[in-house]
Design a protein around this ligand. Structure first.
Ligand SMILES: Cc1cc2nc3c(=O)[nH]c(=O)nc-3n(C[C@H](O)[C@H](O)[C@H](O)COP(=O)(O)OP(=O)(O)OC[C@H]3O[C@@H](n4cnc5c(N)ncnc54)[C@H](O)[C@@H]3O)c2cc1C
Length: 399
C-alpha cells in the first residue's frame, strides 16, 4: 500500500521511497493475499477472475466482494502528451521524476547551447489539485537544494510552471487558503497560469492555450484521475463518471453481496447531503473501508449495514520548505504551524511504529543535512550478463 500523501516527499528526496510504502503482508496477518491483476467478474455466480503475477489465469469464488480498485491518471488527448508527458500517481512515477530532475541538471550543466540548457532546467506541472501543487512545490524545493552543486545551472536558475484550467488552484480548499498557497508559490518564483490549458507537448517544449510556447524537457501531468479501467469488466452498474454506483451503505446497486469504496466508487457524500459523490481522497477511502468492514460483518451475522456518514474534518496541502496550508475542524492554519500539523497527522496515520520512526528520522536528517541527491535510475534495470558478454567479445578467450 502506497501512502500517497507522502509521494511528493518521496519524489523530492525528503523521504526514502521505501518508507512511504506499507507491505501488505506485514500488516494483514489474517488475510490470504493473492498478488495479481483482476481481469473480470461474474456477480451472478459470485466469481472473480484474475491473472497471477506469474501469468496464470485463476477464478476465485466469493461470498462477499469489496471492490477497492482505486483510480488512474485521467489522460486527455493532448498531442504529444502520451509520448513526452510523465505521470505522478505512484512510486515509480515519483522516483522517475526525481531521477529526471537530477539527470536534467547533469545534462544542462554540460550543454553548450543556452536555449537547450533552458529547456532542461524548466519543469511544467499541468493540473493544480493536491498532487500538482504539492508535486511542483516539493520538486522546486529539491532542485533549489541541489542546484548549488551545478555551477552553470545555478547561474541560469531552474524554472517551474504550474498550469491550471480553472480560474484558481486547488478548488477543493477554501479560497483564502488557496490564495495563500498561490502567494507562497509565486513568492518562491513558481509561475502559475490559471484559466490555461495544455495544447501540445513536444520532446523539448510545451505549448499552452494562450499560445505561449515554453521550452521544457519535463511536463508532469497531474490533471485529475478516473476509476481503474478494471471496474468496467466487473459487470457492475457504472455512473457517468465511470465510478461504481453504490448506496449510502456502499452496497452496489442491485447486488446484495457486492460493495465498492474509494476512488472507484461513487459513494454519496454526506457533506453534500448525498447529492454528489465523495471526492477521491485517501481520508474518505480509509473511512469507507472501515464502515464496509463493519457492514459485511453485520450482514453475515444477519444484521443491517451501516451508512457512511463521514464529513471532511480538514485538509493539508504540503508545500515543502516547512510550509503548508491546512484547515482542521474549522480552524485554518498557514505556514509552519500547518506544516507541523500535517507532519504530525501523517505520522499518526502511518501504520506501524517502526515506519513512523523512519519518517521522523528522514524529516529530521533532512532538516539538518538537506536532501539525498543520489540518482538511482538504474535501480531495477541491471545490465544482463549477456550484454556484459558482448562487451568483452574479443577481449576474453572463448571457453
Ligand atoms: C500524488 C498524490 C497525492 C495525494 N495526496 C492526497 C492527500 O494528501 N490526501 C488525501 O486524502 N488523498 C490524497 N491522494 C488521493 C488518494 O491517494 C486516493 O484517494 C486513495 O489512495 C484512494 O484509495 P483507494 O483504496 O480507492 O485506491 P488506491 O489507494 O489507489 O488503491 C487501489 C489499489 O488497487 C490496485 N489495482 C488497480 N487495478 C487493479 C486490478 N485490475 N487488479 C488488482 N489490483 C488493482 C492498485 O494497484 C492499488 O494498489 C493523493 C493521490 C496522489 C496520486
Amino acid at each position: 500500500m502506497l501512502y500517497t500523501p507522502l509521494l511528493p516527499g518521496a519524489a523530492s528526496g525528503a523521504l526514502e521511497p521505501r518508507h512511504v510504502v506499507v507491505p501488505l503482508r506485514e500488516e494483514l496477518e489474517w488475510t490470504d493475499i493473492r498478488l495479481g491483476r483482476v481481469t473480470g467478474a461474474d456477480p451472478a455466480v459470485n466469481e472473480l477472475s484474475m491473472r497471477t503475477v506469474d501469468g496464470r489465469d485463476e477464478t476465485l469464488r466469493y461470498d462477499q466482494l469489496v471492490v477497492a480498485l482505486g483510480s488512474v491518471p485521467r489522460v486527455l488527448h493532448v498531442p504529444g502528451l502520451a509520448e513526452h508527458g510523465v505521470g505522478f500517481q505512484n512510486l515509480a512515477d515519483a522516483i522517475a521524476l526525481r531521477n529526471r530532475a537530477l539527470w536534467n541538471l547533469e545534462v544542462a550543466e554540460a550543454h553548450p547551447d543556452d536555449e537547450a540548457r533552458r529547456a532542461y532546467l524548466t519543469f511544467v506541472f499541468v493540473g493544480a489539485g493536491y498532487a500538482g501543487v504539492e508535486g511542483v512545490a516539493e520538486l522546486q524545493d529539491y532542485v533549489s537544494d541541489v542546484i548549488d552543486r551545478y555551477p552553470r545551472c545555478r547561474l541560469e536558475g531552474a524554472r517551474f510552471i504550474l498550469v491550471e484550467a480553472q480560474d484558481r488552484i486547488m478548488p477543493e480548499i477554501p479560497p483564502t487558503l488557496a490564495a495563500f498557497a498561490t502567494r507562497e508559490l509565486r513568492r518562491r518564483g513558481i509561475e502559475i497560469r490559471t484559466g490555461t490549458m495544455l495544447e501540445s507537448v513536444e520532446q523539448d517544449a510545451a505549448t499552452l492555450s494562450t499560445g505561449e510556447r515554453i521550452p521544457a524537457r519535463t511536463v508532469a501531468w497531474t490533471a485529475g484521475v478516473r476509476p481503474s479501467p478494471a471496474v468496467a469488466g466487473l459487470g457492475l452498474p457504472l455512473g457517468d463518471d465511470r465510478r461504481i454506483v453504490v448506496d449510502a451503505t456502499m452496497r452496489v446497486q442491485g447486488r446484495e453481496n457486492v460493495w465498492a469504496i474509494g476512488d472507484a466508487a461513487a459513494v454519496p457524500d454526506p457533506a453534500k447531503k448525498g447529492k454528489a459523490p465523495c471526492p477521491p481522497t485517501a481520508q474518505h477511502a480509509l473511512r469507507q473501508g472501515k464502515v464496509v468492514a463493519d457492514s459485511v460483518a453485520a450482514t453475515l451475522a444477519g444484521g443491517r449495514p451501516r451508512r457512511f456518514r463521514y464529513r471532511t474534518l480538514g485538509v493539508f496541502v504540503d508545500m515543502g520548505r516547512h510550509k503548508a496550508v491546512a484547515t482542521m475542524v474549522g480552524v485554518r492554519l498557514r505556514g509552519f504551524p500547518a506544516w507541523f500539523a500535517a507532519r504530525t497527522y501523517h505520522v499518526a496515520l502511518m501504520p506501524g511504529t517502526a515506519r513512523r520512526l523512519r519518517l521522523v528520522i528522514d524529516w529530521t536528517v533532512g532538516l539538518f543535512f538537506g536532501r539525498a541527491a543520489a540518482e538511482l535510475g538504474q535501480l531495477g534495470h541491471p545490465p544482463t550478463l549477456g550484454s556484459l558478454l558482448e562487451d568483452q567479445a574479443g577481449v576474453e578467450p572463448r571457453r
